[in-house]
Ligand binder design. Structure first.
Ligand SMILES: [Zn+2]
Length: 568
């Protein structure tokens, strides 16, 4: 009797063990790490189990052990930090690819250094070939003045030259480029654009702002051959994955790009998730409104469900539309469109489950767009809307009148902001806006405290596109040398937890994807990043230097730093 009981207990235990052994097994387990899940309670874990593209369990090393089977790849993190894959909510995907093939003027420290770089490029080209480059910021130079065509003519008399300011809202060109474009003293400023002119002679200085840029650009040899575009996309994919990005919100492309990306997903050439905004208003945005959104393609790698429009320019080139004139020039900036050019699109988007994503930097442009959104919400009854939470966004939301900040919350409008713009602009924003208006600049604290969430982004290639720079900028609010300035409101900065949310779950929410990505929780796609240092404890001045060791999208290791985990 005793023996029998003993045997049956043994048998029971055996059955329990075999049930346990035959439980679900993971394809991939990461263990022995510091995992910031960014779930509702911001809980931490040690290990995560991944099967068939998705996370199946998160917990302690002991809890996750049971998911390890014969075929499971196990990675010992050796105490390293893991976060959800980074989401860059304002990114120009093809622009990042193009940047890698152009003369890069990022970080030039003087006009002379800038000219030297251009001269080297000119020497490598034959006469008549276009010289294209980007990335200069005159505010970083001791002279602090815009470059002119005369500066460029000295080094490039025979080649047309076109060089973009880092913010993407101004170009400087030489006399050859002006000549090819037929721009003379008599050429009028286009609506929404400005040709800077010499105050005595009235001749163009070579600096063209916002819509005036296309006067020259349309004469450039096109780079839209399918081969070149594919190279740009491949390069951008590579750059993004190496920075730990797992989804980027592409701020304005055409259906031509969408078709290319579909082809690349089908051939497994693209790994990054793309949330696509179609740029308009034009026939492409009309088509999107007509055909409706494309949601969740290729395991949610591709979503096409938003329209991007620019309401104004940028602060650096004084194209941002302000309510009151600039403090350092007699202008209020530029509104690119009349209301009637964009309102019908906004209204139709609300009716057709398309998200509106509008660029507004100045307080004038922000108020204008809030007004137009509010008008659409008033005019389109709920019965006519296909989505009760349209999640309309304002990109940048940089300078917002204090009376207008609460309207974001009331209207459910998302302030999509780029922390690195704040630490770049701090070198000149006070001059452009004056001390008092700085209270309404880059007001992350007010937005978060009133219950708005801020999807964070880099606007790459305007900025580098490195999420750790965005993280640093958001929670330190100084430039990368540690510099800040009077009137900069250090108290507006985010906490590290908020900055991490802004680069993960808040970005997912702004793309309607919070049930699929943005945190490390069972049931979601396994999008993760392994970091070399802990971003929650690393000293502030070293945060932007934290390297990405591994990037995982949908359970697939899509980037691995060579010297790291080579054995794994
Ligand atoms: Zn942008």
């Amino acid at each position: 009797m005793k023996n029998l009981l003993f045997e049956s207990i043994l048998g029971f235990i055996f059955i329990m063990v075999s049930i346990n052994c035959s439980g679900p097994k993971a394809d991939l387990v990461l263990k022995n790490g510091v995992i910031y899940t960014v779930d509702e309670n911001l809980s931490q874990a040690q290990a995560v189990a991944i099967s068939d593209k998705k996370i199946i369990a998160v917990g302690t090393d002991a809890e996750i052990e049971e998911f390890v089977g014969m075929g499971t790849q196990v990675i010992d993190l050796e105490g390293r930090t893991v976060t959800p894959g980074f989401i860059d909510s304002h990114y120009h995907f093809m622009g990042v690819g193009r940047r890698e093939f152009q003369l890069n003027l990022d970080g030039t420290k003087s006009l002379q250094e800038f000219l030297d770089k251009v001269a080297t490029e000119v020497a490598a080209k034959s006469d008549g070939e276009w010289i294209t480059g980007r990335g200069w910021i005159e505010e970083d130079w001791p002279s602090k003045r815009f470059p002119t065509r005369q500066d460029l003519d000295k080094i490039a008399p025979h080649n047309p030259v076109i060089l973009g300011r880092a913010d993407g809202h101004a170009i400087v060109v030489n006399s050859k480029a002006l000549e090819i474009s037929g721009i003379t003293k008599a050429t009028e400023d286009p609506q929404g654009g400005k040709i800077l002119r010499d105050q005595y002679s009235g001749e163009a200085t070579g600096l063209l702002i916002d819509r005036a840029m296309s006067l020259v650009r349309k004469h450039m040899p096109s780079d839209d051959s399918p081969e070149i575009q594919r190279e740009y996309a491949k390069k951008a994919n590579e750059v993004a994955l190496a920075y730990g990005l797992t989804q980027v919100h592409d701020m304005g492309s055409s259906f031509g790009s969408v078709d290319l990306w579909k082809n690349m997903y089908e051939n497994d050439e693209l790994k990054i998730r793309l949330y696509v905004c179609i740029r308009g208003p034009n026939e492409h945005t009309e088509r999107l409104l007509e055909e409706g959104p494309q949601i969740g393609l290729y395991d949610d790698k591709l979503n096409v469900r938003a329209i991007k429009i620019s309401a104004d320019g940028a602060l650096g080139s004084r194209g941002a539309a302000l309510l009151e004139p600039y403090s350092d020039a007699d202008t209020k900036g530029l509104l690119i469109y009349h209301d009637e050019e964009i309102y019908p699109t906004i209204k139709k988007a609300l009716e057709n489950n398309i998200q509106m994503v509008i660029h507004a930097i100045g307080d004038g442009a922000n108020r204008r767009i809030l007004d137009l959104y509010e008008r659409a919400f008033d005019e389109v009854p709920e019965s006519k809307r296909s989505n009760m939470t349209p999640r309309f966004r304002i990109e940048h939301s940089q300078i917002v009148h204090l009376d207008d900040i609460p309207r974001f919350k009331e209207l459910g409008v998302i302030p999509s902001m780029q922390p690195s713009h704040a630490i770049g602009d701090l070198h000149f924003a006070v001059r452009r806006l004056g001390m008092d208006r700085m209270a309404e600049g880059y007001a992350w604290r007010q937005f978060i405290d009133q219950g708005s969430y801020i999807p964070g982004g880099s606007d790459a290639p305007v900025e580098e596109g490195n999420p750790m720079i965005e993280f640093y900028a958001a929670c330190v609010r100084k430039d990368t040398t540690g510099f800040s300035t009077d009137g900069w409101h250090p108290e507006y900065k985010m906490t590290r937890e908020e900055a991490l949310k802004s680069l993960t779950i808040w970005g997912a929410k702004a793309a309607f994807s919070e049930d699929l990505i943005g945190s490390i929780e069972p049931g979601k796609y396994a999008d993760l990043v392994v970091l070399a240092k802990n971003l929650m404890t690393e000293p502030e001045e070293r945060l932007f230097d934290i390297k990405v060791l591994m990037t995982i999208i949908g359970g697939e290791i899509v980037y691995k730093k060579e010297e790291f985990l080579s054995s794994k």
